[in-house]
Design a protein around this ligand. Structure first.
Ligand code: ADE
Length: 237
């Protein structure tokens, strides 16, 4: 998979060189390119924003540098099999980004993530590229971040860990909270490791029983209980 990220803060994306995502990049399973939006400006101040039409507070990102950056990326790609990209735009006014969205991104061969700042990006950018490629404005939650970069980290990590082969068998994604084929509820229940007794607290007996059927049932029940307590909106009962 190829991921291009466009931002005015390229260093913000440096954590992607660490851990699971960094290793996937190192193995060549993911090709990551970070682009500085200001490289596509032509004035002395490298201006990327301007006042909003219609008035109001804040600034809006200009279409021109976005257009030049995206055009260059679309024109430069020689990644075999990259196909047509999805232009992903993190914004609090997007559709919710969830595990299903992550799974669909993991199937696509190429994402371009456009990190906006200020009051957002001139809407004509999405209208224009929507005529040639898929454009999806997504929100990672009902709160407002200072920009799309932190959301891009979230989207990239949630997506990359679902690419076949990125997670080893041991850390497989089938038991994840929200996984489509989970037994029980949407959320994973509590987990325990050694020692069996810690500060007077014991591991539930059933987990020591060796009875795989009973363990699976206990986990499913805990998962349903946790889901109805913490996320009644996801609960089927
Ligand atoms: N940019 C600012 N807030 C955001 C959010 N909640 N989700 C995605 N992108 C954002």
């Amino acid at each position: 998979m190829r991921i291009d990220v466009i931002t005015i803060f390229p260093q913000y994306l440096e954590p992607l060189s660490l851990s699971l995502v960094g290793k996937a990049i190192g193995r060549g399973e993911v090709e990551l390119h970070i682009h500085d939006l200001r490289d596509y400006t032509h004035d002395r101040h490298r201006t990327v924003d301007d006042t909003p039409f219609g008035g109001g507070p804040g600034m809006v990102m200009k279409a021109q540098p976005w257009g030049e950056a995206i055009d260059e990326i679309l024109g430069s790609v020689q990644t075999p099999g990259a196909g047509s990209p999805v232009l992903v735009v993190p914004t609090p006014s997007g559709v919710p980004f969830d595990q299903k969205t992550a799974a669909s991104f993991a199937e696509s061969q190429w994402l371009i993530i456009a990190c906006g700042r200020y009051e957002g990006i001139d809407s004509r950018v999405f209208e224009y590229y929507g005529q040639q490629i898929d454009v999806l404005e997504v929100s990672i939650g009902d709160y407002v971040l200072a920009g799309g970069e932190a959301a891009a980290l979230v989207i990239a990590e949630a997506t990359i860990r679902l690419i076949p082969g990125v997670l080893g068998n041991v850390e497989s994604a089938v038991d994840d909270s929200f996984a489509p084929d989970r037994e029980g509820g949407a959320l994973e229940g509590p987990v325990f490791t050694k020692p069996q007794s810690w500060r007077g607290l014991e591991v539930p007996d059933v987990l020591l029983s060796g009875d795989h059927g009973a363990i699976a049932k206990w986990r499913a029940d805990e998962s349903i209980r946790r889901t109805s307590q913490r996320r009644p909106d996801l609960s089927s009962s």
